[in-house]
Design a protein around this ligand. Structure first.
Ligand SMILES: *Cc1c(COP(=O)(O)O)cnc(C)c1O
Length: 435
């Protein structure tokens, strides 16, 4: 039975669940208790007042975050998604203008423009990595382009040198979605400071978390002012003669609570240690899994500190003689779920997310109301194409090459990683059984 693959009824390499990624400890519990004892769970006021900027914990978090990431302003919000909305609004984008986005990311990075009736334009990703390509961005620029939302996907910083040069040349704002890359860097410059505005997530699934939450970073005073306003009922405080103006100053509540801020402050202190563990785990898996001839780790960007939200790897179907999906399904059959996340199955993925333009919202070009706004709006007179084939590199990597391993979190032990490696090797050695 040991020789038989688990997918064909053989014995699994392991059945005991992998350890949960438990990063919340006594520090967080004590910090939350202090907030509860104080009794003020959120101290924002939505009016022209000192407390427009939030309570003690929120403001301390913002100061500590700005110091850590080497930026002038950090603005706490209730999610990365709302942070992206603040960032897009702060650019002053007009309805019918275009924002270049990646098709290969969490959906919020591509829907943020729509919130302000701007139009997402998809560009393709790099051949070697998974971030938007500077060349493909350049091809999509039109007189209507206002900004780029670029994602440090999987924890690897985007190619800031090339992309920022294109942006400068065309006067585009660069919004860096750093949800997957807190603590990453390019040539020593931290993520969140690589573009004009950075946006982080503190959602449970990210490197550090407060349940839900996010932080926006920028060195630009005007953007910071607009972002703080958009976070907290801008319409109540915006004035026509303030520098922030009235454009996009509309009715949101994206405020973070004192509880989340207190937790996030503890988490930020743990970030460096958590990242070191993760990076160590990835080095081991990369080294051992690439001993399998069909698997490669891909190059890493020169000068980049990759912080591995997940570990991306490439599968060569021709070299293996079987498809990636057949191979990965067999590997997953050898392994258990992760404790507390049993409902999510074995945390190895074939590809990542479906290229976003293939989502029904884009295929049907329906967002605001039923008449196709903002895609087919009188402010936007072009015909949009969101058909399959639009971003061939993304589609090829997603369908054939890329697989991601989520079993790298800091609570994994070396013996846990060895089971992951054994599963891959077992399936590789017996791949003839899959043909
Ligand atoms: C998780 C994620 C988001 C959304 O973060 P939330 O805090 O859940 O809103 C946005 N972009 C990317 C790339 C993400 O991975």
């Amino acid at each position: 039975m040991k020789n038989k693959l688990a997918i064909h009824g053989g014995t699994k390499v392991r059945t005991e669940p992998f350890p949960a990624n438990e990063v919340i400890g006594t520090e967080e519990k004590e910090a939350v208790e202090k907030v509860l004892d104080r009794g003020i769970l959120s101290q924002f006021l939505g009016s022209d007042h000192e407390l427009f900027y939030g309570g003690e914990q929120v403001q301390l978090l913002e100061k500590e975050w700005a110091d850590y990431f080497g930026v002038k302003h950090a603005i706490a919000v209730n999610s990365c998604t709302s942070g992206l909305y603040c960032a897009v609004g702060a650019t002053g984008v007009e309805p019918g203008e275009e924002i270049i986005v990646s098709p290969y990311t969490m959906c919020a990075s591509a829907t943020a423009p729509i919130i302000f009736n701007a139009v997402p334009i998809f560009a393709d990703i790099e051949d070697d990595f998974y971030c938007l390509s500077a060349e493909r961005i350049r091809e999509k620029i039109t007189p209507q382009t206002r900004a780029i939302i670029i994602v440090d996907l999987f924890g690897q910083p985007y190619d800031a040198e090339k992309v920022n040069a294109v942006a400068r040349q065309h006067e585009l704002v660069v919004i860096e979605d750093c949800a997957q890359a807190p603590g990453g860097a390019l040539n020593g410059k931290p993520t969140g400071s690589l573009g004009d505005i950075g946006v982080f997530s503190l959602n449970y699934h990210k490197h550090i978390h407060s349940g839900e939450g996010g932080v926006v970073t920028t060195n630009n005073d005007l953007y910071a002012d607009r972002i703080r306003k958009i976070r907290n009922h801008a319409e109540a405080v915006a004035s026509a003669d303030s520098p922030a103006g009235l454009v996009n100053m509309i009715g949101f509540n994206f405020r973070m609570t004192e509880i989340e801020a207190a937790i996030a402050r503890c988490q930020l202190k743990k970030l460096d240690n958590l990242l070191n563990q993760r990076i160590k785990h990835c080095r081991l898996l990369q080294k051992r899994l690439t001993e399998i001839p069909a698997i490669t780790a891909g190059p890493s960007r020169p000068g980049a500190k990759h912080v591995y939200y997940v570990l991306p790897m490439q599968f060569d179907e021709a070299a293996a003689g079987i498809s990636r999906d057949v191979f990965i399904d067999a590997v997953k059959a050898e392994l258990p779920c992760t404790h507390l996340r049993e409902k999510e199955g074995v945390k190895i993925g074939s590809g990542y997310v479906k290229p976003l333009y293939l989502l029904d919202m884009f295929q049907n070009q329906t967002a605001y109301g039923s008449k196709g706004c903002p895609f087919q709006c009188s402010r936007y007179n072009k015909k949009l194409v969101y058909t399959k084939g639009l971003c061939p590199v993304t589609e090829r990597k997603h369908e054939k090459e890329l697989f991601i391993i989520d079993l790298i979190h800091p609570a994994m032990k070396e013996s846990d990683l060895r089971d992951v490696i054994e599963a891959f090797q077992k399936v590789w050695d017996r791949r003839d059984q899959l043909k």
